[in-house]
Design a protein around this ligand. Structure first.
Ligand code: RAM
Length: 344
């Protein structure tokens, strides 16, 4: 019952916020804001996961009486995010929630924002600890990497060639998960799994499709492609379906149920994982206000209430900074995907 209530709530919040997220994403505007305006800068436009995350952020800020600015560049690069952050500094926003396209490259502009009195934190894809007060992490980095290796092992039948189809080569969330995967693959249990290549689809559908085709052409014995990106996994699964490779090459990774339901149902992707992206953004909204009202500083041990999600405490992050952890990754398979495909 609790789950059902949570699902319905998430669905209605998700639906309500999606409409306005589309209107605001990538929007311009150079006017000074009112001291209670909070901005989120996602990786790039055209990513349904990003729209849901920004939607959750917007809902969380609005229910606390604040104003919100949702931004995302056309290209998933740090260079493209820098002018957006410059503009937010000029607008004197209260906080900036950055979904980093690079771990280090945003430090100069984020330092300028910090010096202008703006509270900076990252979410989903972190920036380095020197550039942020804290990071909103969707799930434990080690757990995500370990879970994806175990999924590849299981779907490959314990041995054979696997590949990774990632987002951009600079994306700090994907890079952190891939680093864990590479370490975990060294365990004796996985000795017969061979990671042949890490390819980068840049969170663009077309590039993810051509990179998948390239992997299949270069590695005819490939058994599993692990895509730790919602854009990559959907593109890869479509290639498997289109090329009649269902059952021969399996796709797993991190996917949006709404985009992946047909591929889970037809077996291109036997199962995959994710968290609720609306909740990631919503948690970010409460971090924004807790930082700007001085309830927290971003230090280990700080606690705050995050609306319908309950209470959170800031912990030490694996990169040496601090983080707020949403919760464990969730498995989606043929048995539950129809319950979730309309939720996010
Ligand atoms: C893509 C983005 C996002 C990541 C998800 C799993 O949508 O790269 O940052 O968290 O995949």
């Amino acid at each position: 019952m609790k789950n059902l209530v949570r699902k319905v709530l998430t669905l209605s919040v998700g639906m309500a916020v999606l409409c306005s997220a589309v209107v605001f994403a990538g929007g311009q505007g150079g006017q000074k804001t009112d001291g209670n305006t909070h901005a989120i800068v996602f990786k790039s436009t055209g990513n349904p996961y990003g729209e849901r995350q920004m939607g959750g952020f917007e809902a969380g800020i609005k229910e606390q009486g604040g104003n919100v600015i949702l931004r995302a560049p056309d290209q998933p690069t740090a260079e493209a995010q820098i002018p957006m952050i410059e503009q937010l500094i000029a607008q004197k926003v209260a906080s900036i929630c950055i979904v980093g396209n690079d771990f280090d490259a945003l430090q100069p502009v984020l330092t300028r924002a910090k010096n202008a009195g703006i509270k900076i934190f990252s979410l989903d894809s972190s920036v380095n600890p020197a550039s942020r007060l804290t990071h909103v992490n969707q799930a434990d980095t080690q757990a995500i990497g370990d879970t994806l290796v175990e999924a590849a092992f299981d779907q490959a039948g314990g041995s054979g060639e696997i590949a990774i189809l990632s987002a951009t080569s600079q994306a700090s969330n994907q890079n952190a998960w891939i680093a864990v995967m590479q370490e975990t693959l060294k365990q004796p249990k996985y000795a017969n799994l061979k990671l042949v290549k890490v390819a980068y689809g840049d969170d663009l559908r077309d590039k993810s499709t051509s990179e998948t085709e390239g992997l299949l052409a270069s590695y005819p014995n490939l058994k599993v492609i692990v895509a730790p990106t919602t854009v990559g996994i959907a593109a890869a699964a479509k290639v498997i379906e289109d090329k009649n490779l269902i059952g021969k090459v399996k796709i797993t990774g991190l996917g949006l149920p709404s985009e992946m339901a047909e591929y889970i149902t037809n077996g291109s992707c036997p199962y995959m994982y994710l968290w609720n992206p609306i909740d990631v953004g919503y948690l970010g909204a409460y971090v924004a206000t807790a930082l700007t009202t001085g309830k927290i500083t971003g230090a280990v041990g700080n606690s705050f209430a995050a609306g319908r999600l309950g209470n959170y405490t800031i912990t030490k992050a694996p990169d040496g900074g601090t983080e707020v952890l949403l919760g464990p990754p969730f498995k989606f398979d043929a048995a539950n995907i129809n319950d979730w495909k309309g939720v996010y």
